[in-house]
Design a protein around this ligand. Structure first.
Ligand code: ZN
Length: 196
């Protein structure tokens, strides 16, 4: 994949240093959905993009102190208004999954794309987010051999809860079906449904 091919059309590019190379010949077969807000439950600020680029002032909020040593990133971040920020090209390995397992394979960062939604376990996601997420996923599955879409909670059960109880997987499937057709949308979410 060329470098340009690793970038999403229409995304604001904000490269993170918290990325490295995928294992040689590794195919990207999984999309992992997350939710994040910093501080928790607060939307609209720039703390997430600062966090993913190691520019967060950890003294700016009490909650940020626990983030000081963390080095993380995702490929994409979808804001409440549908804006997309890309921190890593898809051919690079972003650091979003942590200790994780999917279909018997560990280290999901090796073979996944990470998509963060600006959100939390407490609040519904926005219409703009579902629509933009579906269009991003449609573009991704056209370019990469992605077979499954799952949540962080599905690949790290007991440790992670995101994208959380307010994420509407049925709605995502409907939005995806508008791009990919019913059968393809259902197939991408089938393994997750089976393990949930
Ligand atoms: Zn997560």
């Amino acid at each position: 994949m060329s470098q340009t091919a690793g970038l999403l059309s229409g995304a604001r590019q904000l490269p993170s240093p918290n990325v490295d190379e995928r294992p040689p010949e590794e195919a990207v077969t999984l999309a992992v959905l997350h939710a994040i807000s910093l501080p928790p439950e607060e939307f609209g600020g720039d703390a997430v993009e600062r966090f993913f680029t190691n520019c967060l002032d950890c003294n700016a909020h009490q909650y940020f102190a626990q983030l000081r040593e963390l080095r993380v990133s995702s490929h994409l971040f979808i804001r409440r208004d549908g804006e997309v920020i890309q921190f890593a090209p898809f051919d690079a390995r972003a650091w979003h999954a942590g200790v994780s397992r999917w279909r018997g394979r560990e280290r999901c960062n090796d073979f996944s794309v990470g998509i963060e939604l600006e959100g939390s376990d407490q609040q519904p996601f926005s219409d703009a987010q579902y629509q933009r997420l579906a269009s991003c996923l449609a573009e991704l599955v056209a370019r990469l051999p992605i077979a499954d879409i799952a949540g962080h909670a599905d690949i790290a059960p007991g440790r992670k809860t995101d994208p959380g109880p307010h994420f509407d997987w049925s709605r995502l499937q409907r939005e995806l079906a508008a791009h990919l057709g019913q059968a393809r949308a259902a197939a991408l979410l089938a393994a997750r449904r089976a393990c949930a």
